[in-house]
Design a protein around this ligand. Structure first.
Ligand code: KIV
Ligand code: ZN
Length: 534
């Protein structure tokens, strides 16, 4: 019999469902950097990807399993449809992890059965336990999801969950795939499962949900009240369409309102024992990392991690907070690590001090990467007197994002002003090591740079989003530029940080073009492979 958890298991799917949002595609190094930070955050399970989807996904899951999936680290999970080839790929990819999990799913709503799967309920009822048993032949820890559970017939759900558990599923996950249910309905669905699936005490009940009506977090909290003990969520709520339930909102709701939630776990209301294992002080840092690497900006009024989440604008509020923080604040900015931005280094700090601070911040860089980051740090220290942790993070994240095998910006020069025609010159190193220089005029400096780069890197695309944010306050602050470009029907993001926002704009564009070129190269190799197979 499976022990019933008396706390919440946090299952993070930023690297799988989160990465499914347009433009959020991450390369292997970026996924690994996020996985390491998720481990520091203290998530219980990382769904690292969908290994059968592509060789790149497989490699990333395998690398995360080998590097982050240590004995004391999180469980590493791979997603698989309920087919043998998917499950085998997931099993191979998660194998290096100390605690591997396979998550297999099949749709159960009538609309999915009829139009998508073209299968009857009887057929699905047969496939699910067969595939759970097949997954179980590789790992002990198997999760089963009836996709679109939110719109499935509850009686059919009870049947399929019972056979999946009997076949060895240790977690049964209930997805509101299209974000359709309301909190009362979702809570009742979980209660119904608890009351009507005879062997439910042998599995953990999990929930997964999308935010199409903005109800994902509310639905999950209602599910918790009714017996769900695993929550599938993403950092900043990124994910398919309107996204997934946001990890930071769930964790902080359970933390700030623990007096309310404690009794649902059989605890006294005043118990101070945390309901999750998350180190809440890592929340803000994780949010920034995910936003920078995916190019998915966090809206300023986003709960917990938005720029305005702890800002007080009205005079009445400011006055109240000065007198007593509790007048208008229900949680401390410190509790999510927001004010941990210490001024740490300056012009005279050496490589050793820089390396030490990186380690304290949780970055493990190779000697080559440390050297590159240190050069960037010295350049920054010449321009900026005091360097904070956030500046250091911006430099390192910027380095992680460089794709050395593709294009590299070697030089950018702009002349502009109210009496001048904005003109840019750029030099770009191509994948073959050739240095190409070109120039262009534009309506503004960024337009001129992008046109000059287009003359060198000739990949048609449309700029659909451009944003600049400063990392810290002050005139000498690092500016972070995030852009999104579209090529055919796919979106690619680019991000770069520099004290000169014109340079950052150029780097962000080259970064996005590198992602686009990488994807085109993958498509080309895939097409070649298909032709060879035929
Ligand atoms: O939304 C969904 O149903 C999913 C499943 C694969 C769990 O992402
Ligand atoms: Zn989903």
């Amino acid at each position: 019999m499976q022990p019933q958890h008396d706390r919440i298991i946090i299952f993070d799917t930023t690297l799988r469902d989160g990465e499914q949002c347009p433009g959020a595609t991450l390369n292997g190094d970026e996924k690994l950097a996020i996985a390491k930070q998720l481990a520091r955050l203290g998530v219980d399970v990382i769904e690292a990807g969908f290994p059968f989807a592509s060789p790149g996904d497989f490699d990333a899951v395998q690398k995360i399993a080998a590097t982050v999936g240590t004995e004391t680290g999180p469980t590493i999970c791979g997603l698989a449809r309920a087919t043998r080839q998917d499950i085998k790929a997931a099993a191979d990819a998660v194998k290096p992890a100390a605690k591997p999990r396979i998550h297999t799913f099949i749709a159960t709503s009538d609309i999915h059965l009829q139009y998508k799967l073209k299968k009857s309920r009887e057929e699905v009822l047969k496939i699910a336990p067969e595939m759970v048993a097949y997954a179980k032949s590789f790992v002990d820890d198997v999760e089963f999801s009836p996709e679109d559970a939110g719109r499935s017939d509850p009686e059919f759900l009870y049947q399929i969950l019972e056979v999946a558990i009997a076949a060895g599923a240790t977690t049964v996950n209930i997805p509101d795939t299209v974000g359709y249910t309301t909190p009362a309905e979702f809570g009742a669905l979980i209660r119904g499962i608890k009351e009507n699936v005879p062997n439910i005490d042998q599995a953990i009940i999990s929930v997964h949900g999308h935010n199409d009506l903005g109800l994902a977090v509310a639905n999950f909290l209602s599910a918790v009240e009714n017996g769900a003990r695993q929550l599938e969520c993403t950092i900043n709520g990124i994910g398919e369409r309107a996204g997934n339930a946001a990890l930071e909102e769930l964790v902080m709701a359970l933390h700030v309102r623990r007096q309310y939630y404690n009794p649902f776990f059989g605890r006294a209301p005043e118990s101070t024992e945390p309901l999750t294992q998350i180190d809440t002080k890592q929340i803000y840092k994780t949010s920034r990392l995910v936003s920078n690497l995916t190019g998915m900006l966090v809206q300023p009024n986003k709960a917990i991690v938005g720029a305005n989440a702890f800002a007080h604008e009205s005079g009445i509020h400011q006055d109240g907070v000065l007198k007593n923080k509790l007048t208008y604040e229900i949680m401390d900015a410190e509790s999510i690590g927001l004010s941990e931005n210490q001024i740490v280094l300056g012009k005279h700090s050496g490589r050793h001090a820089f390396g030490n601070r990186l380690q304290e911040l949780g970055f493990e860089l190779s000697d080559t990467d440390l050297n590159k980051a240190f050069v960037r740090f010295k350049e920054l220290a010449d321009k900026k007197k005091e360097i904070s942790d956030w500046d250091i993070e911006a430099i390192v994240n910027d380095e992680i994002q460089q794709a050395p095998d593709f294009f590299r910006l070697e030089l950018v020069q702009v002349s502009c002003g109210d009496r001048a025609q904005p003109t840019a010159t750029v030099t770009v190193r191509t994948p073959d090591g050739e240095e190409l220089t070109d120039a262009a005029i534009g309506t503004g400096p960024v337009d001129a740079i992008y046109k000059a780069i287009n003359r060198v890197i000739n990949v048609p695309n449309k700029l659909i989003e451009f944003s600049v944010q400063s990392v810290t306050a002050g005139i000498d602050a690092i500016g972070e530029v995030t852009i999104r470009i579209q090529h055919e029907d796919r979106v690619y993001s680019g991000h770069a940080a520099n004290t000169d926002i014109v340079v950052a704009s150029a780097q962000a564009y080259v970064n996005a073009l590198n992602r686009l070129s990488e994807a085109l190269e993958k498509d080309r190799l895939h097409a070649q492979h298909e032709t060879a197979v035929v």
